[in-house]
Ligand binder design. Structure first.
Ligand code: ATP
Ligand code: MG
Length: 283
């Protein structure tokens, strides 16, 4: 059984459907769609758990009542939560505005709970992991990658100014990378990621995604989809890609699986990835 450790944060997404995005002075009637589990790394954890992996989420979680609901939801979605670290702050919440095209606009409500706050210098050691995902090395020490020389180490794109960002695979949307990286993502990432770097993946919404490696790049088109809620497309894509690589697929096949999961994600009214598509054999 493949063991995955996700170093990251879970959030509560509070969702409002709006007829248009508000402009200054507007008065808009919004339809409340309630709250649901979200947060990029929690979404990825849920996608990998749904693929049948044993997934542990390691990271900060609040001590308020909402934190209990977030943890219960993670547990329901088969993510292990016993290594979460209780921190006495309000749980991270995001307000998600969904427009009629299914595009989402995110307002992070309590910035204190965002990446960068609460660096966790000595995260719990998990030595047996086959894969680790790190949401940010500003929050989690790069020790977690050093401790896992044989694991597939996956990280979100580095934030500007980072010096060390160890990863075999960096995956994120074009908006998450420093702009000056986009002309040659692999060469830019290499000094930060180190010699273990294999692929840098840049997702581009409906324009698909590109994987940049040492010897060139691969492109995958986006699959046709009827978008109702774009939230979590990138996370579903990342989970598809990681699950594919863990199953031993080559990069082009893993990209296909990722694009299928990304397309399915925009058709589902949820932040966590959709169920795995029928016929996908992963283990
Ligand atoms: N409307 C869509 N139709 C089909 N596939 C999509 C659609 N939107 C996204 N995808 C798939 O999901 C992948 C990730 O989407 P995207 O690049 O938009 O990431 P994101 O996390 O939503 O970031 P951003 O905040 O930049 O939109 C895309 O590469 C594509 O394969
Ligand atoms: Mg998107």
């Amino acid at each position: 059984m493949t063991e995955v450790v996700v170093y990251g944060t879970a959030a509560a997404d509070v969702v409002l459907r709006v007829p248009s995005l508000p402009r200054p002075g507007d008065h808009i009637a919004a339809e409340p769609l309630g709250w649901r589990l979200g947060g990029s790394s929690a979404n990825i954890a849920c996608g990998l758990a749904a693929a049948g992996h044993v997934v542990q989420l390691v990271g900060p979680v609040g001590t308020d009542a909402l934190a209990e609901s977030v943890v219960a939801e993670l547990t329901r979605l088969r993510v292990r939560t016993d290594r979460l670290i209780r921190i006495d702050v309000p749980s991270p919440r995001a307000l998600i505005l969904l427009d009629p095209d299914g595009e989402r606009t995110i307002l992070v409500i309590d910035h204190r709970a965002e990446t960068g706050a609460f660096p966790i210098d000595d995260p719990p050691s998990v030595d047996s992991a086959d894969c680790i995902y790190v949401e940010s090395y500003e929050r989690f020490s790069s020790i977690v990658a050093d401790r896992s020389p044989d694991a597939l180490v996956v990280a979100a794109p580095p934030s500007g100014g980072s010096r060390s960002w160890p990863a075999d695979l960096v995956v994120g949307s074009e908006r998450q990378y420093p702009e000056e990286w986009l002309a040659s993502p692999f060469e830019r990432a290499l000094p930060l990621a180190g010699p273990r770097l294999r692929w840098v993946i840049v997702t581009r919404g409906r324009r698909g995604a590109d994987a940049y490696g040492r010897d060139g790049s691969w492109h995958v088109d986006a699959r046709p989809a009827r978008q109702v809620d774009a939230t979590g497309a990138g996370d579903a894509f990342a989970a598809g890609l990681i699950a594919g690589l863990l199953a031993g697929l080559e990069i082009e096949e893993a990209l296909d699986l990722a694009a299928a999961q990304g397309a399915a994600a925009v058709e589902a009214l949820q932040s966590v990835p959709p169920d795995w598509l029928a016929g996908v054999e992963l283990r």
